[in-house]
Design a protein. Structure first.
Length: 100
């Protein structure tokens, strides 16, 4: 039996910040880590995204409410615009051009 431990959104955001600031990892490694963290965050905030029918039926106001909590957490970080870019990646498929 596989037990999945849940990671809280504040922990995920903290990890994203650490990856962004990491000066030792390669660019490729950082991007892979950030993409994985973004997907993990989406799964925590919107667990319904695994089922297209359930996701489509989700009330937009509920989505805004959930993501507002995430934005409040991101505001605590200096790299907030980069963190928001990472969190938007699953929806935008951005290219992480700013990662060095």
């Amino acid at each position: 039996m596989i037990v999945r431990t849940r990671t809280s959104v504040p922990q995920i955001i903290h990890q994203i910040d650490e990856v962004i600031r990491d000066t030792h990892a390669s660019r490729k490694e950082k991007i892979e880590n950030l993409q994985n963290l973004a997907m993990t965050c989406w799964q925590e905030v919107v667990p319904e995204c695994g089922s297209p029918e359930t996701f489509q039926a989700l009330d937009p106001a509920e989505m805004q409410k959930r993501w507002a909590k995430v934005r409040d957490e991101v505001e605590k970080y200096e790299a907030k615009s980069q963190i928001l870019y990472v969190l938007d990646w699953p929806a935008s498929s951005g290219d992480f051009y700013w990662i060095k």
